[in-house]
Design a binder for this molecule. Structure first.
Ligand SMILES: [Zn+2]
Ligand SMILES: [Zn+2]
Length: 233
């Protein structure tokens, strides 16, 4: 046993190492449980990259989305759910790294090719950010920007403080509410750029569609959505 092993063991006694996927205490030598990694519900060819829906209920022809492509690494269930809950409380770069790796695979296997210029996280309202201390979308966006070797552009969009939680609303009120929640800034650094908009979970897609609209209004050439998980299945 060398000094650094000894240091890890002592640290482990006070700050036990946890698997960022299930949140359980694991041996200090491992990053995550193999079983958790295997059980992540990965999305596949059944997901349409045009609208983000399952191909059998693809809505590309009926709806006009403000984004160009949409990639969701996982389905929001089981281990993925616990990994996202864990990330909201304990920022880590392991789960975001796994997400980034899967998004890159999806982008590579997609017939549509593009070269993105930067990654923009979906913003969190100041009040909530102050309570939590960080925005999990920032952490995911950073991992994706690092994997693609492109810059992270945080703070180009803003979210207003809201008294109602989005997830407590029906799909229709969500769409109405979301219009007042996000706002653009007067930066011109996104002009003509291909931007990846990143978030943790996609539910109805109304938040992502609204933020994409704002990015387009700010001069962005195209918006690509990248989320860790989708609730659509
Ligand atoms: Zn685990
Ligand atoms: Zn579609």
């Amino acid at each position: 046993m060398n000094i650094s092993d000894l240091k890890s063991i002592i640290l482990d006694l006070f700050f036990p190492n946890r698997c960022p996927l299930c949140g359980k205490v694991v041996n200090w030598q491992i990053s995550y449980c193999d079983k958790c990694y295997e059980n992540l519900s990965r999305t596949g060819d059944e997901l349409c990259h045009g609208c983000g829906n399952i191909a059998s209920s693809c809505s590309c022809d009926e709806e006009n989305f403000s984004f160009l492509r949409c990639y969701a690494a996982f389905y929001y269930e089981d281990v993925v759910k616990s990994a996202i809950v864990y990330l909201k409380h304990t920022p880590n770069d392991i789960f975001p790294g796994i997400v980034a790796e899967k998004i890159l695979q999806d982008m590579e296997s997609d017939c549509y090719k593009f070269k993105a210029d930067c990654v923009v996280p979906v913003p969190m309202a100041k009040l909530k950010r102050n309570q939590r201390g960080f925005n999990q979308a920032d952490v995911l966006a950073k991992a994706l920007a690092d994997a693609l070797d492109i810059p992270l552009e945080a703070n180009v969009l803003k979210k207003r403080n809201s008294l109602v939680a989005q997830h407590e609303l029906t799909a229709e009120s969500r769409r109405r509410n979301v219009k007042h929640l996000y706002e653009k800034t007067d930066t011109d650094k996104l002009k003509g750029k291909i931007v990846i908009l990143c978030d943790d979970v996609m539910t109805t897609g109304s938040t992502l569609n609204e933020c994409s609209k704002l990015l387009i209004e700010m001069g962005t050439a195209a918006v690509i959505i990248a989320v860790a998980a989708t609730t659509i299945k």
